[in-house]
Design a protein around this ligand. Structure first.
Ligand code: ADP
Length: 695
């Protein structure tokens, strides 16, 4: 049996029972398993608990006694009465449940007659017990009479029987519980299976419902169809027409309301006569329908299925129009266009291409380009079509093709399918014969022009050299003339002065007037010669270029006019200026001339002269501004030429050389001079000079 006694009885209650028995009778009771281990016990007598069990030797005797008792029961005895090796009496009975000996019930630690004190005294001595305590413990051990003894045995037997019956009951209960559990588990599984099939049933039910709905939807199908669906009897009656078919029936001129329009009746008649389905496109108002008429001969009716193809038709028309447009463009382009496949075959050629080849576009299709264009068995080396096929790039080549009668610029562009694979090229050849001819002509005339320019340049260079020579000679002449003429002029002046001073009384009034005029003319000529000399000295008597502080230059130049300006209540303002590379004394001369003019050509106002400068990258721009009479700018070019004056000598003295000298100085420095002016609004002369001179 797989059960243990402890599993079958209520150990707690049994222990209480044995405790009550001990308290009432004074005899301990216990239940041992077959190996002699205590399962349940009541309180032991002190003699056992404090002495016999405490000492090893006496304890061993206890175990030995228990084993002997158990063995006796194993042999099938209903009970055993036994005096233990420590001198006490015990009784035991087996507990048998369902024929199996599971444990032993035990009562003991009593005496059946008065204790043999000598025996126990010796035992106390032998096992070194505290004798008096030991004997006191012994005195507590009950001495039972024969009657009590039989009661004890009967109690023991009843106890074991009770325990056995309890055990059996419990066992039965456990078995029942086990079966009950098994049944419950089975029920649980069945329950689960039931729920699963219930779910399955539910799903099937839902499917059933949904397919029923589908069937209902399908049943509604023709009425919901956005396209016309009709059934017509052979005599032209409309048996069924869905909502979309209303437009086919609208405006029916039939005499009866259930009769279809004539065109439908004709179709029905036709379908019955042929006995097979027919398709027809028909326009009703602004919509176009494709109608399929299917006769069902056995039932004498036809089914008509329509489709609104208005949008498709319009799209087709659009496409057709676009195609025609494209073809017209393709054919009207003056370039030679061909679409070529990877084997150099012409897939399509435009009219111009075909015309040049002396073929029709249809005749071009399928021909190899190199055969019909280049009259060759292989594509030419330069063939851009082949190169485009190789790497998908656009290529251009120029070629001369006598067969096509001229020069061409050929461009090939790859043609790809939806996956991006190259399926050919678009080959465009532009006739550039005319352009080439013009280019050639241009090249020729450019060459001619260049030759002429070269010749002219050489001529000009010669002329410049000649002019430079003449200019130099002229300058030398001017210098020599102005220098050498001074001497005779001085003599004329001296003799004239002599006559005026010493022979005045011998000369009449008229003569004196002539002499005075002569003196005046001589002075003027002297001034002219002086200015001319200065002019030619600008390029003949040169000082090297040095670092020149323009502020110093202008200040020195202005000093000359200080007195004059003070008399006129005039003012001159000089701003800070740059240091540039220049000929110092020529710079002083330049600004003296400009300040001199600003003072000389003053207006009625007090003269106000401002001199300032700006830097403009590598140049310095100096402004000499006055508030004088000004002049008309249309004479701007003239005033910088020698001897050119805008005002009469009687009004303003001068030779007309001042600004000419200025320009010569400025040009010698690689600069320029100009002016802004207006009559009565003053003048501003602007001198532009490089900051550094070229080496
Ligand atoms: P000149 O002063 O000896 O006549 P210039 O060569 O210095 O000769 O000047 C040429 C002419 O330009 C002058 O006769 C004058 O008419 C005009 N001119 C020069 N500077 C000024 C100025 N600051 N204001 C008005 N006119 C001027």
């Amino acid at each position: 049996m797989q059960y243990k006694l402890a599993d079958l009885i209520d150990t707690e209650k049994t222990e209480k029972l044995l405790g009550s028995f001990r308290d009432a009778i004074g005899i301990p009771a216990a239940i041992f398993d077959l190996e002699g281990r205590v399962i349940i016990k009541s309180r032991w007598h002190k003699i056992c608990s404090d002495f016999h069990i405490e000492k090893e030797k006496t304890c061993r005797k206890c175990i030995e006694s228990n084993t002997t008792l158990a063995n006796e029961l194993m042999e099938g005895n209903p009970f055993a009465l036994y005096r233990c090796l420590n001198g006490l009496k015990h009784a035991a009975a087996p507990i048998v449940i369902e024929g199996e000996h599971l444990a032993n019930a035990f009562i003991g630690q009593f005496l059946t007659e008065k204790p043999d004190l000598d025996f126990f005294s010796r035992q106390a001595d032998e096992y070194v017990f505290d004798k008096s305590e030991y004997l006191r413990a012994l005195s507590k051990v009950p001495v039972v009479t024969r009657d009590v003894q039989s009661f004890l045995l009967s109690f023991l037997t009843s106890l074991t029987e009770m325990l056995a019956s309890l055990g059996i009951k419990h066992l039965r209960q456990m078995e029942t519980e086990k079966q009950l559990k098994k049944a419950r588990d089975k029920l649980q599984i069945q329950n689960e299976e039931l729920s699963a099939s219930e779910e399955e049933l539910r799903v099937q039910n839902e499917e059933l419902i949904s397919s029923r709905e589908q069937i209902e939807i399908l049943a509604r199908f023709p009425s919901e169809n956005p396209n016309p669906v009709m059934r017509m009897a052979g005599d032209g009656r409309v048996l069924y027409a869905n909502e979309a078919a209303a437009c086919l029936l609208a405006g029916s001129k039939a005499d009866r309301s259930d009769m279809a329009p004539q065109f439908l009746r004709n179709m029905v008649t036709e379908a019955f006569s042929t006995g097979s389905s027919a398709k027809l496109d028909i326009q009703v108002h602004d919509r176009i329908f494709s109608l399929t008429v299917a006769p069902v001969l056995d039932y004498d009716y036809v089914n008509i299925y329509g489709q609104d193809i208005t949008d498709r038709k319009h799209m087709e028309e659009e496409l057709l129009r676009a195609k025609q447009e494209w073809e017209r463009t393709f054919d009207s382009v003056p370039d030679l266009i061909a679409i070529m496949d990877p084997l150099h075959r012409i897939v399509r050629a435009n009219k111009e291409m075909a015309r040049r080849l002396g073929l029709t576009p249809e005749q071009c299709t399928g021909r190899r380009c190199y055969e019909c264009v280049h009259d060759s068995l292989h594509p030419p080396d330069f063939c851009p079509h082949g190169r485009t096929l190789m790497d998908g790039q656009e290529y251009t080549a120029e070629m001369y093709e006598p067969r096509l009668g001229g020069d061409f610029l050929v461009t090939t562009t790859p043609l790809r399918d939806e996956q991006g694979n190259i399926v050919g090229t678009v080959h465009v050849a532009r006739d550039i014969t005319e352009r080439k001819r013009i280019e050639e002509e241009l090249r020729r005339s450019r060459d001619q022009l260049e030759t002429r320019v070269r010749e002219r340049t050489a001529d000009l260079a010669k002329a410049v050299t000649r002019l430079e020579l003449i200019n130099q000679e002229l300058q030398e002449f001017a210098f020599v003339a102005s220098h050498d003429l001074q001497e005779p002029l001085r003599k004329i002046q001296s003799f004239c002065d002599l006559v005026v001073r010493s022979n005045r009384e011998n000369v009449d009034e008229k003569g004196q007037d002539y002499l005075l005029r002569m003196q005046k003319a001589a002075r003027r000529m002297q001034q002219l010669l002086k200015d001319l000399l200065s002019y030619s000295r600008v390029t003949t008597q040169l000082e090297p270029f040095r670092e020149t502080d323009l502020k110093l230059v202008v200040t020195e130049a202005a000093e000359v006019f200080e007195l004059k300006l003070r008399e006129e209540n005039g003012k001159i303002q000089i701003a800070d200026m740059l240091v540039i590379e220049a000929d110092y004394s020529q710079m002083v001369r330049l600004f003296q001339n400009l300040i001199s003019n600003a003072v000389k050509y003053r207006s009625r106002q007090k003269p106000m002269i401002k001199i300032y400068s700006h830097r403009d990258k590598h140049f310095c721009r100096i402004f000499v501004e006055d508030n004088g009479i000004g002049f008309d700018e249309k004479y701007l070019d003239r005033i910088f030429s020698p001897f050119q004056r805008l005002h009469g000598r009687n009004e303003y003295p001068g030779t007309g050389m001042g600004l000419a000298i200025c320009r010569k100085i400025v040009e010698r420095h690689g600069g320029s001079i100009t002016a802004n002016s207006a009559p009565e609004h003053g003048s501003t002369f602007i001198v532009t000079l490089p900051i550094k001179q070229k080496p």
